[in-house]
Design a binder for this molecule. Sequence first.
Ligand SMILES: *Cc1c(COP(=O)(O)O)cnc(C)c1O
Length: 369
Amino acid sequence: MPDRIFNFSAGPAVLPEPVLEKAREAIWNVAGSGIGIMEHSHRGKIFDRIIGEAEQDCRDLAGIPDNYHVLFLQGGASLQFSMVPMNLLPAERTADYLVTGVWSQKAVKEAKILGAKVHIAATGEAGHFSRIPRPGEIHYSADPAFVHLTTNNTIYGTQWRAEPAVPAGAPLVADTSSDMYSRPIDVSKYGIIYAGAQKNLGPSGVVLVIIRDDLVEAGPKTLPTMLQYRTHTGEKSLYNTPPTFGIYVMGEVFKWIRAQGGLAAMAEHNESKAALIYDYLDQSDFFRGTVQPDSRSQMNVCFRAPTEELDTKFIAEATRRGLDGLKGHRSAGGMRASIYNACPREAVESLVSFLEEFEGANRAAAARA
Ligand SMILES: *Cc1c(COP(=O)(O)O)cnc(C)c1O
């Protein structure tokens, strides 16, 4: 489509074009009902089918076991930073956090605001979060109520290759906001998985929560109703008005992922896109990746030119070329290409050609600097 450009934004981020086209029609008239998706009651038959299919497709994609609930909530991933310790952490116990970047730090901050006992089992802060902790660097507390990790670090561009080992009986809680359904995930290894939709799954305003049923009941009944997981599992995400449009789009994204061949196909597509950029960075003596190779994210590729002036110039020229959203997060600097599921291979190819061209045109200037 000539009126759309390549969007490397970290979030809200690119969505699959077939989904956008379908949503455009559904805004006007969904499922032949004569009413747009945003205008339907969340208690009616049409929306009932939409949320039911979204849940079923979500379950089918990852083979989510029956003892897990699938919820569509609000408040973003950020509210989960509070809801998790509120529901899972009795006052006398400790929760362990694996700190791999800004988002894990924010999760820790919220737990501390609640007065929770927090143990930092590992942190990459000293190394500017340029890699994921190695097994020998993780030191858990004696009996953590849960272990929290961020599977993909959107800002620094690192990603866990596999789940870390956790103490027996401690549920693993994962913020998967920026890599949810970008690769297969074994849900049975987790107690809670949560993800704000706006990176890989849909528009902002809806957060996907997958929670094991025994953990739902663990939460205190003294919490505000909206902050108890049992409220939402009991009403199948319909306790109050849910973000109906966001759930519709997420459902269409699940169908699109299925049509692409499911999570294994998504992983293959994402790995090959990421490799195009990393391979280029590895052979370049101009640009450099900022993350250690064993920790590289398949979703957010962070890199730098030889100087900050050249970073700025690169971002400006890329934008003029229709390669948008490449500026790194303010706490990391440099460049970041976010190449989520819906980012087409052509976008990445176009970026790599531009890297090559920019390097050629600016190598001499960098050598003089
Ligand atoms: C974007 C992001 C968040 C914040 O999500 P909100 O939905 O804005 O609250 C949290 N964690 C990670 C890993 C993210 O990438």
